[in-house]
Design a binder for this molecule. Structure first.
Ligand code: ARG
Length: 581
């Protein structure tokens, strides 16, 4: 919670006790802090305390209470309190507030908003979780960036975090791929073509299998594919070697994308990692009498939870996606002793997660309540829905390439003399994509448009980065001019614009906490955007470098503080902060 809220809540609390010593059940300081609101209009003050709840307990009209409290609060160093209808409105002592806020930010620097509330706690994050032998397309952007951002946010709050790329590296499709490769592929072509060559082979497999079915009604090719998958499962050396090679190729492909995005993982334990950990799940489900047989398949009945059954084993005894997720959760609980395990996966998989979370609960694991599906919406590209089936895909590597080229074109036009243009183009282009992905509530669908993402005005990545660069530039000029001996005079920060910026900055730590609480990186995106907007207003409305001594120092300090908070905010959503643009 921000310091001002806490301080005001303390003042209200004391005033309440002094004014109504007889009253019972007065709210505690915490509760009061939770009730404080930001008034709708700037001229109504910085915070307002609604007295409607108290009115019942005290059997008195809210305006009466607000008036009595206003009279009882006497703390000119902190604020002025005024009754406004049924509210008690607070107007900060602007000089004190400015000094406190700037000093607090500068003392913390880029650690501003950090905390130790996560000390001794572990959060596992399952994100990106790409599928082997498929190219990284933009459908996997949100899981990758939301997961990466949440990891940084939890780190900032002192948690131990474990980032897991739960690779989709198991299933009959890999048998089919081996079959296709042995029939039509060759090493050189795949070595050169990478995952794209694999995709071509896979598509061909399906075409030929379909043709076979149509012309002769047989499924010899499909059977061959299944047989190869069985060979991988049985540890056949050749099949396994091919499978591992396909996996390596995919990971090499993805590593280029991860490098561009700055995304890292602590573990790549994917579905196949749990091959030898499946028996435990089956045995345990059986021992706990949760398994039943339906149509030859083994299931866990979930009718008491109003859900279709969770499929554990197919007719042929093969395990399923859910079985592997249960095995993975048991493993993570043993290995990492998580306090929370997050699954950053599209909302389409909502039922899957609810089902197997329920199974784990039925198994009697208390940590079932700590499993969280962090769902997000769909992404479309310039108005077009992506569909692998209809052949409309946008590969992430291509998108990031285009982003850098477009950013470079803008830089060439706006600031051709900029040093190290390629680096800045990378930071801005990639940043624009990340920002567009993390701006809205994660559950909302996203439509990605270049014009919107790369606009230097409005709510975009480049806009926020540009504001950071503007602060850096001003600080460089201030350093060149040298420092005056005058101490900072905080009366120079009492105008509405400076105060609005200070207010936004003082709320930043709460935004970070809320973002973790709701697993919602967009709360940080919005906070940092509002700070950037507020800084720009302050910058346009005030003289800074040529202000009188003292005032100049205060405004330069505020600029330094804004720079630190913006840099931290961008870092927490996975963006870089160029110093020149
Ligand atoms: N590989 C899956 C997909 O692309 C996502 C896996 C998500 N993680 C999990 N533990 N189920 O759809």
């Amino acid at each position: 919670m921000d310091d001002m809220k806490w301080t005001l809540a303390g003042l209200i609390h004391t005033a309440l006790i002094n004014t109504y010593p007889q009253a019972e059940g007065l709210p505690a300081q915490e509760e009061i802090a939770g009730l404080l609101e930001v008034p709708p209009e700037r001229d109504m003050g910085d915070y307002a305390f609604p007295c409607f709840k108290l009115s019942k307990a005290l059997r008195m009209g809210p305006p009466m209470i607000a008036g009595a409290l206003a009279a009882a609060i006497d703390a000119p160093d902190v604020c002025q309190a005024k009754q406004l209808g049924g509210y008690l409105n607070f107007f900060f002592n602007r000089v004190q507030f400015a000094q406190k806020t700037v000093e607090k930010v500068l003392a913390a620097g880029e650690r501003y908003g950090a905390s130790d509330i996560g000390q001794g706690k572990t959060v596992c994050l399952d994100y990106s979780s790409i599928n082997i032998a498929k190219r990284f397309h933009i459908g996997h952007l949100s899981t990758t960036m939301i997961g990466h951002s949440l990891k940084r946010i939890y780190d900032h709050l002192g948690y131990r975090t474990v980032g897991i790329n739960h690779l989709g590296d198991w299933g009959t499709q890999f048998g089919k791929l081996i079959s296709a490769y042995k029939r039509w592929g060759n090493r050189q072509e795949v070595e050169q073509g990478g995952v794209e060559a694999l995709t071509r082979l896979y598509v061909k497999f399906h075409e030929v299998a379909e043709e076979e079915e149509k012309t002769s009604g047989t499924h010899a090719l499909e059977d061959e594919g299944r047989a190869y998958f069985k060979a991988i499962e049985d540890g056949d050396a050749e099949a396994l070697a091919l499978f591992n090679w396909f996996k390596e190729l995919t990971l090499k492909d993805c590593a280029r994308v991860y490098d561009l995005l700055g995304v890292t993982f602590d573990s790549y334990a994917g579905e196949s990692f749990y091959n030898d950990k499946m028996d435990r799940v089956i045995d345990e489900l059986r021992a706990k009498e949760l398994l039943s047989v339906s149509d030859g398949a083994s299931i866990v009945d979930l009718s008491d939870a109003d859900m279709p059954p969770c499929l554990i084993l197919k007719k042929d005894g093969a395990t399923l996606y859910a079985t592997r997720d249960i095995a993975a959760a048991l493993y993570r609980a043993d290995e990492y002793h998580f306090d929370k395990c997050l699954y950053v996966v599209a909302y389409q998989q909502d039922l899957h997660f609810r089902q197997w979370f329920k199974v784990v609960e039925k198994m009697g694991y208390p940590w079932a309540k700590d499993l969280v599906h962090v769902a997000f919406g769909m992404i479309s590209y310039e108005g077009q829905t992506l569909s692998t089936r209809k052949g409309y895909v946008v590969y992430l590597e291509d998108l990031l390439q285009r982003a850098q080229e477009k950013a470079m074109a803008i830089i060439e036009e706006k600031s051709p003399g900029l040093p190290d243009k390629a680096t800045v183009a990378r930071q801005v282009g990639i940043g624009a994509v990340i920002y567009a992905d993390l701006f809205n509530n994660r559950i909302k669908d996203i439509d990605f448009w270049w014009d919107r993402a790369l606009n230097f005005d409005g709510e975009t990545g480049p806009y926020v980065q540009y504001t950071h660069a503007r602060c850096c530039s001003l600080l460089r000029k201030a350093a060149e001019q040298g420092t005056a001996d005058a101490p900072a005079d905080y009366t120079g920060l009492t105008d509405d614009h400076a105060q609005e910026l200070l207010r936004q900055m003082s709320r930043f730590p709460e935004a970070v906490l809320d973002a973790a609480d709701k697993n919602e990186p967009s709360m940080v995106t919005r906070a940092v955007t509002e700070i950037a907007q507020a800084y720009n207003k302050f910058y346009y409305e005030n003289r800074i470098l040529d202000a009188e001594p003292g005032v100049r120092e205060a405004r330069v300090s505020l600029t330094r503080a804004a720079r630190d908070v913006i840099k931290t905010g961008l870092y927490l959503i996975g963006m870089e902060a160029p110093e020149r643009m």
